[in-house]
Design a protein around this ligand. Structure first.
Ligand code: FAD
Ligand code: DLZ
Ligand code: SF4
Length: 510
């Protein structure tokens, strides 16, 4: 036995953050209920570092309160500070200092915060020990090793390593089905008459109702519709939401992963990211459940593989990129985009039907699925040359699943190409044609998706070419864009000018 193992440890303050609501979180693992005290605190600083959507605030606070209740039931001694506690100092570091002083504790144990700003702030706390957050499949060291020496990071190769590491959908060393990735099968447009299940809706209990009242009073000016509030706020209900997804939507998740339909905010998506990111669900348990659904013949391989790839591939990969590139990643602006975020991102008042649909459902549900985030609101901001930092702050505020470690690489890297192509090999820029192919929005739009320029033309069409021309210095040399620039080069001068003039008219109207 080492000296450390034999010497009894002094009482510690165990810190649990609002997105660390897992009973096997690192900070709890070595803790002793008879000796240590857990601190959880609702604080103004976390509630306002971006103007969070009302549903996101209600979700985080209610899930925190429910988790605290479970910890107390399991015998932990818990100090829970509510937002309206008159002694609340307003910040997590302030609450840790206050607890240490009042409880006369000199040792603090925390699991590393998911955001850089908080990790930095925690590093300065006297007597703190920060443990690695091992709720992820790749450790920081593993990602670092994988990334070092590579000029371009590509998710696909990282994903294959994660398949090998977890054994998910593997047969020995080979991927089940003989292919790593079935993405090519996952691009079907959806039809309005398909049966579309809805995510599980949970009735708010008395504790959630109190939080809803708090959010109504304290955050009435924040973006978003608060009620009906239907998110799960406990692990038990989040597990039910997982089962509900497996039963209903998973079998079609693959086929319609990229589709968009008017009035169908969720399609066949799982709507589990907010539970996963807050710690109510674990990435591997979700993936193993999906794998089982495939083996039991309930879901086809393209659905199971496509879903598992999002979690052990994309989710792990973007986290790796975040920690590799912070600090500074959220300030990157490779294309020097400077336009302020148009006001309609907050009001949904725009005649563009696809944008209005994505923003309205974001307002109502604190949710939009991946293709809406990437190819509608993200694509528009990219084409219009909106300052990527403003775009980043919008995404961080409006989605219930948004934390910087996952949001920033998706926005700064994948969607806005502001990291110059570290995360994606080409910008996700598209004209109205893509949206028309993957959705039914254009049929009900004031704009004509087939019209390329002039009055009534779909704004995505001229903006697309304007974006490419404006950023030719950065993008012309990209081998994946060679054919696009060749198309531009072949256009007549009059046509080129019509595109550029129409784009200027759209931009001036913003
Ligand atoms: P599903 O479509 O059912 O996918 C299953 C799960 O895979 C998700 O729950 C999520 O955990 C994971 N996943 C899928 N795609 C990604 C991805 N690109 N990166 C990381 N995880 C992924 N995801 C967040 O969790 N938080 C964010 O703040 C966030 N911001 C985004 C911003 C932009 C511009 C884009 C393009 C994507 C963003 N994503 C974000 C990724 C993705 O859009 C969401 O994870 C997904 O829409 C959540 O809904 P869902 O649970 O129904 O996902
Ligand atoms: C998102 C959030 C909010 C809104 N409020 C709190 C809070 O009051 N207390 C807390 O501990 N955590 C909160 N969180 C989650 C944190 O912002 C999150 O832990 C950090 O951003 C790190 O990912
Ligand atoms: Fe969107 Fe253009 Fe289609 Fe209107 S016409 S819905 S703006 S893509």
């Amino acid at each position: 036995m080492t000296a450390q193992e034999t010497t009894p440890r002094s009482a510690s303050l165990i810190v649990i953050l609002g997105d660390q609501l897992s009973n096997d979180i690192a900070a709890l693992r070595g803790a002793d209920p008879d000796r240590d005290t857990i601190l959880m605190a609702e604080v103004a600083a976390e509630a306002s570092y971006v103007p969070h959507h009302k549903k996101k605030l209600a979700f985080v606070f209610s899930a925190m309160r429910h988790f605290a209740k479970e910890l107390t039931k399991s015998g932990w001694s818990l100090r829970y500070v509510q937002l309206d506690d008159p002694h609340n100092t307003g910040s997590l570091t302030g609450e840790i200092a206050r607890a240490c002083s009042e409880l006369e504790m000199y040792r603090v144990i925390a699991t590393e915060p998911g955001e850089y700003r908080l990790k930095q702030a925690f590093a300065d706390i006297p007597g703190i020990e920060i443990l690695e957050d091992d709720r992820f499949i790749a450790t920081h060291a593993e990602f670092h090793d994988w990334a070092s020496g590579r000029k371009h990071l590509r998710m696909e190769y990282f994903y294959r390593d994660m398949r090998r590491k977890t054994g998910l959908l593997m047969q020995g060393d080979e991927p089940i089905g003989g292919q790593w990735n079935f993405d090519a099968d996952n691009r079907k447009p959806a039809k309005a008459d398909l049966f579309i299940p809805r995510p599980l809706r949970v009735q708010p209990d008395a504790m959630t109702q109190q939080v809803l009242d708090l959010v109504k009073t304290r955050f009435h000016d924040n973006f978003g519709t608060l009620e009906p509030f239907w998110f799960a706020v406990t692990r038990e209900d989040a597990l039910d939401a997982l089962e509900h997804f497996i039963d209903g939507a998973l079998p079609r998740f693959g086929d319609y992963q990229d589709a968009m339909l008017d009035g169908q905010p969720f399609l066949y998506h799982s709507v589990l990211a907010q539970y996963l990111n807050a710690g109510l669900l674990r990435p591997l348990e979700i993936c193993r459940r999906v794998e089982r659904a495939y083996h039991e013949g309930h879901a086809p391989l393209n659905a199971a593989e496509g879903y598992i790839r999002q979690i052990i591939g994309w989710r792990e990969y973007v986290r790796g990129v975040y920690w590799l590139r912070m600090p500074g990643y959220t300030e990157e602006n490779a294309l020097a985009a400077k336009r302020p975020l148009p006001g309609f991102y907050w009001t949904a008042k725009t005649d563009m039907a696809c944008m209005a649909a994505a923003i309205e459902q974001t307002r109502d549900e604190a949710y939009a699925h991946h293709i809406q985030r990437l190819m509608v609101t993200g694509n528009f901001a990219l084409l219009a040359g909106v300052d990527p930092h403003e775009v980043h702050e919008w995404y961080l505020a409006v989605y219930a699943d948004a934390y910087e470690w996952v949001e920033a690489p998706n926005v700064i890297g994948m969607s806005q190409f502001a990291d110059g192509g570290l995360l994606g090999s080409k910008p996700y820029a598209a004209s109205g044609n893509y949206i028309n192919k993957m959705s039914d929005h254009c049929a009900g739009c004031r704009y004509d998706v087939k019209k390329k320029t002039g009055e009534g033309a779909c704004p995505f069409n001229p903006l697309y070419w304007d974006f490419l021309v404006r950023n030719a210095d950065h993008l012309r040399g990209n081998p994946r864009l060679g054919h696009v620039y060749r198309t531009w080069d072949r256009m007549s001068d009059a046509k080129k000018q019509a595109y550029l003039d129409s784009a200027q008219a759209v931009l001036a109207a913003l």
